[in-house]
Design a protein. Structure first.
Length: 495
């Protein structure tokens, strides 16, 4: 603990964002370049050496947060990078994309603003790359065992890197033309520029991990063929079966799933397209769904130049402070948060009728209506109570030329045939059934990430990847020295 009074003398200061008018004209990350390092040592000094660090329990990776906070406060960046990478394969991803349940569990957060753990993590990761503290770590020797990892999102990549470093020969199969899964085509570049992903992939290739893109297992390669070719198979395909909105008018043109809209925008950034076929420029956009995917659509539509953008959230607007009775510390509370996209929408007044920023809270979609050509032109909604019952007299219409459905995902997509070809059992939630050690009922086949857990956070995805790697290593060799931060049945802290 570098400064025992740091939390009393230093106020919380977060990485500043670029001005709204500037950042909405490009697709670069929203933060001021270079503005984090000058403030981060003092922020790390606010870590209070609390004795029982609940931030450990709040983070499924078990990140050694007090340790690397102290090292950053002392500006020992190499040691901080070593401690950070001891539990997290991709801290530059989580430092940008994770909603930071660790900060909700910070002991300081009982009655003060939490330590800026997420910013400290990002600063360490970026400094490590700048200083060359993250060289490739190929294994000293090969085990002679082979593993196929299906899916190259954060779970698949973490599992592949751990298994490669353990000496196994690993091939990652990805259905898209580029590696990265949602990190590539789901997350907008203004949240995480793709150079961070490319840098890690170069490291993984140098370590020996092999990648097979444009290969849909179940169609291009049979599941049984993969089982014959490899000693073990890890299914990390994610939960890509999106939830639908079964209301009248859903068949109208101009109504799309969020994951139809976002990948096209990312392909423009990759240079595959000049303009997205679903570009929101000049259109009245309504986003149905109040989560992070909806916010990603919001920020993307703003940058497209939409005429208006409104986001519907079926839940009531939360308060600014934690409800200590309903969601006591150290659980992750549902409070009003202003993401970068919502800040942009608020300042630019993209939705004049919204309750706050671009959001209409406690709003439920009733139906869509269209024009004579069959294209959507309006969305009809009603306010609802806490039980989602319509409130009489609250109906209203919103202009809508483009509607984006962002209601989350129900489980893995089964249309590729992979699950049926392997004969995998499914649980009641529609995800792949497995035991506490990530093993399915098929010998040598393991399931990890959102495909088995259900949609979750990136820290849980990486933790699943690390844990399933340990399980596979043990299956192949009889024992494992790889860390397993969670079991398949672990869940976030909740009341």
């Amino acid at each position: 603990m570098a400064d025992p009074k740091g939390f009393m003398t230093t106020p919380r200061e977060e990485w500043p964002r670029r001005p709204v008018e500037e950042r909405v004209r490009d697709w670069d990350e929203v933060y001021v370049p270079g503005a984090l390092l000058p403030i981060i040592s003092k922020q790390a000094d606010r870590c209070m050496d609390c004795g029982i660090p609940f931030c450990h329990e709040a983070c499924p990776l078990g990140n050694l947060i007090p340790e690397w906070n102290d090292l950053v406060a002392r500006e020992d960046w190499r040691a901080a990078a070593d401690r950070l990478h001891a539990t997290n394969n991709f801290p530059e991803f989580t430092g940008r994309l994770c909603p930071a349940p660790c900060e909700a569990g910070c002991v300081l957060a009982i009655n003060q603003p939490a330590v800026t753990i997420k910013n400290v993590e990002c600063a360490i990761a970026d400094r490590a790359w700048q200083e060359g503290f993250t060289p490739p770590r190929p294994p000293d020797r090969l085990s002679g065992r082979t593993v196929a990892v299906i899916g190259s999102g954060p779970t698949g990549l973490a599992a592949a890197q751990q298994l490669t470093r353990a000496g196994h020969t690993v091939a990652v199969y990805e259905r898209d033309d580029r590696v990265g899964g949602l990190l590539r085509y789901g997350i907008p570049a203004f949240k995480m520029e793709k150079r961070h992903l490319e840098r890690r992939l170069e490291q993984m290739r140098a370590e020996g991990t092999r990648f097979r893109t444009s290969t849909l297992v179940g169609r291009d390669v049979g599941a049984d063929e993969l089982r014959t070719r490899y000693d073990a198979v890890v299914i990390a395909t994610g939960a890509t079966a999106w939830r639908e909105l079964p209301v009248p008018g859903r068949e109208l043109a101009g109504i799309h799933q969020a994951m139809e809209y976002l990948p096209l925008s990312n392909r423009v950034g990759e240079g595959d397209l000049t303009v997205s076929p679903l570009c929101a420029a000049g259109k009245h956009v309504v986003i149905v769904g109040g989560g992070d995917t909806g916010a990603d659509c919001l920020g993307t539509a703003v940058r497209d130049g939409a005429a208006s953008v409104t986001q519907l959230d079926i839940y009531a607007q939360p308060g600014a402070e934690r409800d200590a009775d309903a969601e006591p510390w150290p659980t992750y509370p549902k409070i009003y948060r202003l993401s970068a996209a919502h800040e942009e929408a608020r300042d630019l007044v993209t939705a004049p009728a919204a309750d706050a920023d671009a959001r209409l809270f406690a709003a439920s979609t009733l139906r869509f209506t269209g024009d004579e050509s069959g294209h959507v032109r309006s969305l009809h909604l009603v306010e609802v109570d806490a039980a989602r019952r319509p409130l009489p007299g609250t109906g209203r219409n919103l202009p809508a030329d483009l509607v984006l459905i962002a209601l989350g995902f129900s489980g893995p997509d089964r249309t590729d045939g992979l699950i049926d070809q392997l004969g995998l059992a499914m649980d009641a939630r529609g995800t792949i059934a497995r035991d506490a050690g990530f093993a399915t009922g098929v010998p040598g086949v393991f399931a990890a990430g959102d495909a088995a857990r259900g949609q979750s956070l990136i820290v849980w995805a990486i933790a699943e990847g690390r844990a399933v790697a340990a399980a596979v290593d043990r299956y192949l060799t009889g024992s494992s020295r790889l860390p397993a931060p969670i079991s398949a049945y672990d869940r976030p802290m909740a009341v």
